[in-house]
Design a protein. Structure first.
Length: 262
C-alpha cells in the first residue's frame, strides 16, 4: 500500500506543473461559455435576429433559456467532447514517459509495474472528474449571472444524475487508450485511435447501431443522439464495461511482459 501511495504522489507531482493540465481545463471550459452565449441569444430577441449561424444552431438544438437546456448542453459536451478531451488526457498521462525518455527509468524503480499503472489510472480518473466539476461550477456561475429561473429539485436532480452518469461512462471508455499509448510509445497512436473512434462513433450512431459501439454510448446517453438514447439497454452498458476491463487488462499485461526498448 505504501508503494501505491508513493507512486500516486509521484504522478501528481509530474502533472502538477504541466501546461497541458491547464490547457485541458481551458478547452473543456468552452462548453459552458458557449452555453452562456446561447442563453444570451435566446433571451434577447434583437441578438437572436443578428446572431446568424449561432442563432440557427441554438434553434436546431431546441435550446431554451433555462437550466434544463443548459445542463443538457453540458452533458452532451461530456458525452461527445469528453471522448476527445479525456482521450487526450489519457494519451498524455500514459504516453509522456516515452516522449520524455523516462520510461526505462520508471521501469527500473523498485515499484511494482502494476502499481505504477494503477497510479496513472487514478490520476486519469481524478483529472477527468476535475474537468467535469470545473465545467459544472462555471455553468452554475454563468447561469446565475444570467438569472436563469431557479429549477425545482425534481428537475435539477435528474439533470445532475445524467451529467455524472455520462461522465462515468466517458471515463470508462477512455481506459483502453492507455494501451495504445504504451504500445505506440508516445502520443501519436492513442490520439489517432481517439480520432478514429470519434469518426466511427458518429457514423455508427447515425445508422442506429450506436448502442452496440462502446464509443457511441456516452454520447447517446447524454442525449446528443436524440431519440437514439432509447436504444440503450443492458447489453450496451455491458459492452462498454467489458471494453473498459479489456483495455485495462491489455495495458497491464503489455506493460509487464513487453520488451521495453524505448
Amino acid at each position: 500500500m505504501k508503494q501505491q501511495i508513493q507512486a500516486l504522489q509521484a504522478e501528481f507531482i509530474k502533472n502538477k506543473y504541466s501546461n497541458i493540465l491547464w490547457a485541458t481545463f481551458i478547452a473543456f471550459g468552452l462548453a459552458p461559455i458557449m452555453g452562456g452565449v446561447f442563453i444570451l441569444i435566446v433571451q434577447d430577441p434583437d441578438a437572436l435576429a443578428k446572431a446568424g449561424g449561432l442563432a440557427a444552431k441554438a434553434q436546431a438544438m431546441n435550446f431554451e433559456g433555462n437550466w434544463k437546456s443548459y445542463f443538457g448542453l453540458l452533458t452532451q459536451a461530456v458525452g461527445v467532447g469528453g471522448v476527445l478531451v479525456f482521450g487526450f488526457v489519457a494519451s498524455w498521462i500514459f504516453g509522456r514517459e516515452y516522449s520524455d525518455g523516462t520510461a526505462k527509468d520508471l521501469l527500473s524503480l523498485p515499484t511494482s509495474r502494476t502499481k505504477i499503472l494503477n497510479a496513472k489510472f487514478a490520476v486519469y480518473v481524478i483529472w477527468c472528474l476535475a474537468l467535469v466539476v470545473s465545467n459544472l461550477l462555471i455553468g452554475l456561475l454563468i447561469g446565475t449571472f444570467l438569472r436563469l429561473p431557479t429549477p425545482e429539485t425534481n428537475i435539477l436532480f435528474p439533470l445532475l444524475t445524467d451529467y455524472f452518469i455520462t461522465t462515468f461512462l466517458t471515463i470508462l471508455i477512455g481506459v483502453p487508450i492507455a494501451f495504445f499509448a504504451i504500445w505506440g510509445k508516445g502520443y501519436l497512436a492513442p490520439l489517432g485511435f481517439v480520432a478514429l473512434t470519434l469518426v466511427f462513433a458518429q457514423i455508427i450512431a447515425a445508422t442506429g447501431y450506436g448502442s452496440y459501439f462502446p464509443w457511441s454510448i456516452p454520447g447517446l446517453y447524454s442525449g446528443a443522439g436524440g431519440e437514439y438514447k432509447k436504444l440503450l439497454d443492458n447489453y450496451s452498458y455491458s459492452i462498454l464495461i467489458l471494453t473498459c476491463i479489456a483495455g485495462y487488462l491489455a495495458t497491464v499485461i503489455y506493460w509487464k511482459t513487453a520488451d521495453q526498448t524505448k
